[in-house]
Ligand binder design. Structure first.
Ligand code: AMP
Ligand code: GLY
Length: 441
């Protein structure tokens, strides 16, 4: 059994090298990957961590590979030359593009689902059809590949209603339409090609009411180990208003996820999903992120993601006591049975600092200072997302730029601690929401 203190004997043979020490190649270079790298770097099993991109936070813990996450051939060659024992794939795009399959074909172990199982995130219709097949509670839906049929269904259903581009649309393909006119505009956007191939077909869904939360589960194709729950804030504005973003902050655990909700989710939603995929010969390995709508009828599935959330990963790693590396190895190698994961009971909360203008257009290149002072407190870590380093200075280089993460005895205390750290960062060209965690506080 894998425990908080990794026992070299517990590391599956397939991934074991002499002394159970490992070279790990982490794919992706946002805030989520800095958080994963930060946690992996604490593992006594780690020999060397390699990374993609030029995230200065991640580069303080790893060596640069100079390989792009979408260049599968270059990743395979890099792994062979550098004796990589495990590839950890952070973002969804390489998973959906089949990076894990290409690595497997070259005999290289990887954490994350293969191409077919990653369709849980890559195609909304794939997931809805699977829910139908396995009787998983979710919103009623229709699936259409032309505007006329979609409009006819919309006329039957009326608003409020939810329009979703079928494929990966960088978080922008979903419209929660409060009026039929808004729904019709969203349909036209999809079929006019606004989302490229991702909008070639649409899912139209019943509007569900309730409170949203996410549950993260580690899977090895057969077994599952629940990790933790989290809640994120997708809207850019305070009070959860304004346009959707990749996420402006998060906290874990989510108070709405009671033991009962967790058990219902595992039993009614996740277990039948894993069983169905395994029966099809495309077992799910990696972390499964279930986005849920919770009300008095219990949890219903909104969507699946095939990777850790960003910024939910940041709060998960802050709460995780166990060594992450043997857990990822066990997921990749089918040996999660009887594994348990230890967590700090204390909650964690993260605040995203974004460039002024995000999620619209924004400038790059402004100087950020005060980062060292901001981390000068116990249980505070500032994870880098869209930053770069130039001449010893940290510069903004993206929309979501930093995630300021804190753990404390209550969500309110974690919120206070995170904002104390935020206030030490000097970056006039950036902003954050001041109300992360409001529902829980
Ligand atoms: P998704 O990318 O599928 O998670 O959708 C983005 C957001 O849209 C979700 O986090 C929800 O806030 C909202 N949403 C998606 N589907 C529904 C639904 N059927 N009913 C209500 N809200 C939804
Ligand atoms: N924070 C939402 C996501 O990672 O999809």
């Amino acid at each position: 059994m894998l425990t908080a203190h990794p026992d070299p004997e517990s590391v599956p043979e397939q991934c074991r090298r002499k002394n159970a020490i490992m070279n790990v190649f982490l794919i992706g270079h946002g805030g989520r990957e800095h958080a994963l790298g930060w946690k992996l770097a604490q593992s006594p099993m780690l020999t060397q961590l390699w990374s993609t991109g030029a995230n200065p936070g991640l580069l303080s813990l790893s060596k640069p590979s100079h390989v792009a996450p979408d260049d599968h051939d270059a990743i395979v060659s890099f792994c062979k030359v550098n004796n990589i024992d495990l590839v950890v794939v952070g973002p969804e795009a390489p998973l959906v593009a089949g990076l894990v399959d290409d690595l497997a074909a070259a005999g290289i172990a990887a954490f994350g689902p293969g191409r077919e199982a990653a369709r849980l995130e890559g195609s909304k219709h794939f997931t809805k059809a699977l829910c139908d097949e396995a009787d998983i509670p979710t919103a009623a839906f229709g699936h259409f590949s032309n505007l006329a049929d979609a409009r006819a269904y919309l006329a039957e259903q009326g608003a409020p209603i939810v329009i979703k581009a079928d494929g990966l649309a960088a978080g922008k393909g979903v419209t929660v339409a409060m009026s039929a006119a808004e729904a019709d505009a969203a349909l036209r956007d999809c079929f006019d090609g606004q989302f490229g191939d991702a909008g070639a077909s649409v899912v139209i869904e019943e509007f569900m009411e309730g409170e949203e939360a996410s549950i993260f589960v580690l899977c090895d194709g057969e077994n599952m180990v629940p990790m933790a729950s989290a809640q994120d804030h997708k809207r850019v504005g305070e009070g959860d208003t304004g346009p959707n973003t990749g996420g402006m902050g998060a906290y874990s655990p989510a108070p709405v996820v009671s033991d009962e909700v967790l058990q219902q989710t595992l039993h009614n939603i996740i277990a039948p999903t894993l069983k169905t995929l395994a029966a099809r010969g495309t077992p799910y390995r990696g972390v499964l992120y279930a986005g849920l709508m919770i009300n008095e009828d219990g949890p219903k599935l909104i969507e699946y993601n095939c990777r850790f959330g960003d910024p939910e990963c940041q709060v998960l790693v802050m709460r995780m006591q166990s060594d992450l590396l043997p857990l990822l190895v066990a997921s990749a190698s089918g040996s999660l049975k009887d594994v348990t994961i230890d967590w700090h009971d204390d909650p964690a909360l993260t605040v995203v600092l974004a460039s002024n203008g995000y999620p619209g257009s924004y400038d790059k290149g402004s100087v950020i200072s005060g980062l060292d002072a901001s981390m000068d407190q116990d249980n505070v870590v500032v994870f880098h997302a869209g930053t770069r380093e130039e001449a010893g200075q940290i510069l903004a280089d993206g929309g979501r730029v930093l995630t300021v993460t804190a753990r404390a005895s209550t969500i309110k205390a974690a919120q206070q601690r995170a904002y104390d750290a935020v206030d030490k960062i000097d970056w006039p060209e950036g902003f954050c929401r001041r109300d992360i965690g409001w529902r829980a506080v």
